[in-house]
Design a protein around this ligand. Structure first.
Ligand SMILES: [Fe+2]
Ligand SMILES: [Fe+2]
Length: 447
């Protein structure tokens, strides 16, 4: 917000308002202004309950945009909590239109939609869900989120899409289900699924320096020769990990055994899958898990280290067991934090939408829901057979989410929780050495 105000691109005023609704608001607003170096936007506060607005949310839940007559153009733009940086592009798209005297775009960056009319040549994406990434020259760039289309971008006019809610229901109320996120390809392909597009071995495979590309049931050799690949016989649908298959390659029959990231052929050659560059490299892990912001609450910092450790394991193994361990570790840590919020009254507000505690817990739930959906989908597709690898983009997202959550949300409870712990310890010296979660509560604070 301060950057927008400083840049002067939009003919608009930018207001940051502390909505604590009690006399502490002015102090909190000052602290916020200093911390965030708010030198260009207007920084204000509401210090009494009766002056609080009757709608709105904290900034991470979306911005309020008013027109020149202070009528609401948007009561809540996309939530940063859900769509990250696209939330800012949503605001920019509205401001660019409105300050130019135009109506806001029908679909803005950060908003979900369904492709009702696919572009020519991309008819297979008809009906796929997506999220708007950009609006330019009257065209929307939609990043598709369906099972078969995830990661693909299409450019379409606004008339080709229809807005949907994040759960896949149409924004106008008609129920619909969003396709789920499953990574295709890579020799560990999904089993229990007879759709050849899903039972894929797509990827780059290497053996003795040569690189073969398998795509859409065709092998392309280094010479450029293309050979059709057929499933002649298998015990299930498509390629399953740990199973033997008979395949036809360029008129000859070979047996192939598929294992995670590996194909062993009957002529003795072994092909290894070249991992696509999903960015799960050491530099990324160091930048995120290696640089966790301290909460200044020792037990919580220790738990962050434990969470970082299981996330490291997940990045290395990408196995079902490792994502299940991540779910368990994060769920336990989040419940410990939430117990501290309850105990010391962190972030409570009469208006739930303005409660820092509620938005914090919502971010916990968002991260856990993403992990749990991935586990459920993996188990469903696997149908109890073979191994299952967790999609690398999902792992990257979860690591990024955990890192950002601790830097943006967890740092907020430091003062309240530490003050509460200090007060508690001063009146319960006999339990000083016990972990804080196990300590008995002390009714007289500050005694
Ligand atoms: Fe945390
Ligand atoms: Fe947290």
């Amino acid at each position: 917000m301060n950057k927008w105000a400083a840049a002067g691109i939009f003919d608009a005023n930018f207001l940051c308002v502390c909505v604590l609704g009690d006399p502490q608001a002015v102090k909190l607003a000052r602290e916020m202004g200093n911390q965030m170096k708010l030198t260009h936007c207007v920084n204000g506060f509401v210090d009494s309950e009766e002056d609080l607005p009757d709608y709105g949310q904290l900034g991470c839940g979306g911005f309020i945009v008013l027109d020149g007559d202070h009528r609401a153009i948007s009561k809540a733009t996309s939530a940063f909590m859900e769509v990250r940086d696209l939330a800012f592009h949503h605001v920019e798209a509205i401001l660019a239109a409105v300050t130019a005297g135009k109506p806001p775009p029908a679909v803005c960056p950060g908003e979900y939609c369904r492709l009702e009319v696919a572009p020519d040549g991309q008819e297979k994406f008809q009906g796929e869900p997506g999220i708007c990434k950009a609006v330019k020259d009257g065209l929307l760039t939609i990043s598709l989120l369906g099972r078969r289309s995830r990661g693909k971008n299409v450019q379409v006019p606004p008339s080709a899409v229809r807005k949907i809610n994040q759960d896949g229901s149409y924004a106008d109320g008609k129920p619909e289900i969003v396709d789920v996120d499953v990574e295709a390809g890579g020799g560990d392909s999904s089993a229990g699924n007879c759709d050849p597009e899903q039972a894929t071995m797509d990827g780059r495979w290497t053996t003795t320096g040569a690189v073969m590309v398998i795509k859409d049931m065709q092998i392309t050799y280094p010479s450029g020769r293309v050979a059709p690949l057929e499933i002649a016989e298998s015990s299930g649908c498509g390629f399953q990990v740990g199973y033997h298959y008979k395949v036809w390659v360029a008129g000859k029959v070979y047996m192939a055994k598929s294992e995670p990231g590996k194909l062993t052929w009957s002529d003795g050659s072994v092909w290894q899958l070249q991992e696509a560059d999903h960015g799960l490299d050491e530099a990324f892990l160091q930048r995120t898990l290696g640089q966790m912001t301290s909460t200044k609450v020792q037990d919580m910092d220790d738990e962050h280290e434990e969470c970082a450790e299981v996330l490291h394991q997940l990045a290395a193994l990408r196995s079902q067991a490792s994502i299940v361990a991540v779910e368990a570790c994060l769920a336990e840590h989040f419940s410990h934090e939430e117990a501290l919020f309850d105990e010391f009254g962190f972030g409570e507000h009469k208006n739930e939408k303005l409660s820092a505690k509620k938005t914090h817990i919502a971010d916990h739930n968002r991260i856990l829901a993403k992990i749990r959906q991935s586990i459920a989908e993996g188990e469903k597709r696997l149908a109890g057979v073979g191994h299952w690898r967790v999609p690398a983009p999902l792992i990257k997202e979860v690591i990024q989410d955990f890192h950002e959550h601790s830097a943006r949300y967890d740092v907020q409870y430091s003062d309240v929780v530490n003050a509460g712990l200090a007060a508690k310890q001063s009146c319960a010296p006999q339990v000083q050495n016990k972990p804080i979660i196990d300590q008995v509560s002390c009714t007289k604070v500050g005694g």
